[in-house]
Design a binder for this molecule. Sequence first.
Ligand code: PEP
Ligand code: MN
Length: 264
Amino acid sequence: KLVSREFRQENTQICVGEAVFGNGTMPVIAGPCAVESLDQVLAIAKAVKKAGAKLFRGGAFKPRTSPYSFQGLGQQGLEYLTRVREETGLPVVTEVMDVETFDMVEASADIIQIGTRNMQNFTLLRRAGKAKKPIILKRGMSAMLQEWLMAAEYIMEEGNANVILCERGVRTFVRHSRNTLDLSVVPAVKKESHLPVIVDPSHAAGVRDLVIPLACASAALGADGLMIEVHNHPEEALSDGGQSLYPDQFEQTMKKLTDIRTVI
Ligand code: PEP
Ligand code: MN
């Protein structure tokens, strides 16, 4: 299998802007759950860049549980992400939801994200395999390790070797967090695969105060990067405000992380 350590012994390294995923450093991707306005993304991008984030994140197409929730700004949101790149120099990560909008997302993104709900959308995975940009493949919320790796295999088999795996918590019976961060999957994946594996503590936690210790634990564990949601006005956020860090909290977190790993 292309994903396996047998196929490739050395770790795959993926370079985007100043970040390298897979070389022992831990670049941090930060930004809001959703792109809401130009002012919002520019303000957050400047703050996270100052704190040491190497990439900016923000969804223009949002996979919401309810069809009545904010669905994202679509193409307009992608244009705002382009402005973020132009004004801050930060590369941008954004989610693709379907094959129909793939070309549009690919043109605007530096890294294309496939979300937990699409981990086994095989037509989308095959299209991602034809993309010229790296892919962040989030783990399905109930996916086993082998299912996740086989999803990555779909992308690689079509010719795209630049896949970054992202653990974002799995569905369990607990109520104190939105999902349960499966810390053990990080070393387990690294044993099976040469691909970089990053952690998203925000969607695992679901509440902002839990995000910080989970980020530190992921750093200690050897994660190849982190993805953290940050919002300048979380109480007014159109999605995931409760798990979004305030900019000053993010800055403090980056300082803590720097004591554990090479982040900046
Ligand atoms: C997100 O990154 O905002 C997101 C929707 O993540 P997930 O697919 O992990 O729920
Ligand atoms: Mn989110």
